[in-house]
Write a protein that binds this ligand. Structure first.
Ligand SMILES: [Zn+2]
Length: 154
């Protein structure tokens, strides 16, 4: 069991939410997490707006995996640097990065729509993926990738 006394620790304004306690689209764009996060209470500072200085050397501000929708015990493990949890987070980011690259590639080179890309992904890549996704989730996600790419191209 750990006993914290925040008053005696030096804290700084949370670099993820800039002290607002909430991660909004501006923060998401600033940290380049557009396809990875949605606006939500800040998990980095636990929606308090401030963090102990030490956290900066333990968890990256833009650590994709650290979001408020995770169970509290997992959030604790990430912040403690638990190797198994950190590895799981890395694998998840690899999975998402691969999916984004796959979707962008097929949109840009073959102009496929989200549903066709989802079908292709499920037929060729799904077995290699460590994370199960439903077709509906996949189509929605890929549509987001395409929309972002279109907005970048315009
Ligand atoms: Zn914060």
């Amino acid at each position: 069991m750990r006993i914290f006394n925040f008053r005696t620790r030096s804290t700084i304004k949370c670099p993820r939410c800039l002290g607002k306690r909430f991660v909004d689209w501006d923060d998401i764009r600033r940290l380049n997490r557009q396809l990875k996060w949605v606006p939500a209470p800040c998990a980095y500072c636990d929606a308090t707006g401030r963090v102990p200085k030490e956290i900066l050397s333990k968890v990256a501000v833009d650590c994709m995996y650290l979001t408020i929708d995770l169970p509290e015990s997992t959030i604790e493990k990430i912040k403690e640097g638990d190797p198994e949890t950190v590895e799981k987070g890395k694998q998840r980011e690899v999975f998402v990065d691969h999916l984004i690259a796959f979707a962008e590639h097929h949109f840009l080179t073959q102009n496929l729509d989200a549903e066709n890309i989802a079908n292709l992904y499920l037929n060729t890549e799904a077995e290699k993926a460590n994370f199960a996704v439903t077709k509906e989730e996949l189509i929605k996600y890929i549509q987001g990738v395409i929309d972002l790419k279109k907005s970048e191209l315009n």
